[in-house]
Design a protein around this ligand. Structure first.
Ligand SMILES: [Zn+2]
Length: 111
């Protein structure tokens, strides 16, 4: 009788363990790149944010600044596409200051 009890307990523990592993497997957050328009893992993208309070744009490397954001791959080809197609302007529905593009280009070029 004691042996049977032990076996049952082991079975329950195994089930719980399996459930825990699959439950912790989260999908990484994805955003659309304004250059290639593909959905990418946020970690591969740079975020441009329009600050809600001072109506200025900034390159947000923390990904946590408040305000409307747009994303682009850390890829020079995507940056060129976005500039050419006006992807950022379309995303924010307004012009982006030249220095923001310069900062962004620098980040993409040098990591
Ligand atoms: Zn891209």
């Amino acid at each position: 009788m004691t042996t049977n009890m032990t076996m049952q307990r082991q079975k329950v523990m195994t089930i719980n363990k399996t459930k825990g592993v699959s439950g912790s497997r989260k999908k990484p957050p994805v955003r659309r790149c304004v250059g290639c328009r593909e959905m990418k893992n946020k970690a591969q993208l740079v975020r441009i944010v329009r600050n809600t309070d001072e109506s200025g744009f900034a390159v947000d490397d923390t990904g946590k600044s408040a305000g409307r954001g747009a994303y682009i791959c850390k890829d020079a080809a995507c940056f060129k596409k976005a500039v050419k197609s006006g992807g950022f302007e379309r995303s924010f529905k307004q012009k982006i200051p030249q220095e923001v593009y310069a900062t962004l280009e620098d980040i993409i070029a040098h990591g």
